[in-house]
Design a binder for this molecule. Sequence first.
Ligand code: HEM
Length: 244
Amino acid sequence: MTAAITRSKGFINSSIGLKALMAASGLVYVGFVFVHMLGNLQIFLGAEAINVYAYNLHHTGPMLGKSGAVVWGARIFLLLCLAIHVFTAVKLKKQNWQARPQKYAYSHTIQATIASRYMGFSGLLILVFIVYHLLHFTFMPERFAVAYAPTMEHTIHGTSVAMHNVYGMVVASFQWAPVAIFYIVAQVLLALHLSHAVASVIQTLGFDQESKRARVQQISTAYALLILVGNASIPLAILTGLLQ
Ligand code: HEM
């Protein structure tokens, strides 16, 4: 038992173990941003579509306060993955610095993409975005979102229910240009991060053949662009008055 614990501690502290944990926790977010984007895009179907979607999401499983147990389970899991991702990223960075305390005499990064060079920077700014985003739309919309009608009546299974007006909250918020622009910039940084991260995850999972590297990078870039276009289209459509 003690030997097993020591072995797993050794694995977690090794650079392969840290990379595997970073990849696994990152992969959860790669999937989450896609599913979240599909949910958000329902805003283009109108107030009822997105409000009912959010209502159903929050009322799945036994209720624990304002949200159901499924949402709470997902929140805790996502938070854990975020903590693991940040912890392993910081630890790997520290190990790299310790192994190479002096900067290279000449720039060694000619081959590295901009995205790969600025993973720490883009990651940190995405973290700032996530904290703001959670306060803005989830935990304190009454303080962070521009004023909107807090509830709207929609019919579910023949009964009229007063639901959180997610549509009104998002539209009112993005009608204010600084917030919409901040979200668009955050999505560009997220795309930059993803364009290297997805390729990195695929390689960490063992698909690291030299001949396939270009294809893996193409997949990664395409995925990042998909998320960028999908997410940024929402603040952009509201800012330009396409969605009101
Ligand atoms: C323009 C892009 C985005 C829009 C329009 C958007 C919209 C929203 C909205 C409306 C909510 C509240 C949903 C509700 O009340 O049911 C929400 C929650 C959330 N968003 Fe986003 N989001 C965007 C991007 C992101 C990104 C990039 C991430 C993460 C990397 C993210 C992570 C989350 C999380 C973790 C929640 C909390 C879910 C919960 O616990 O209820 N979002 N988002």
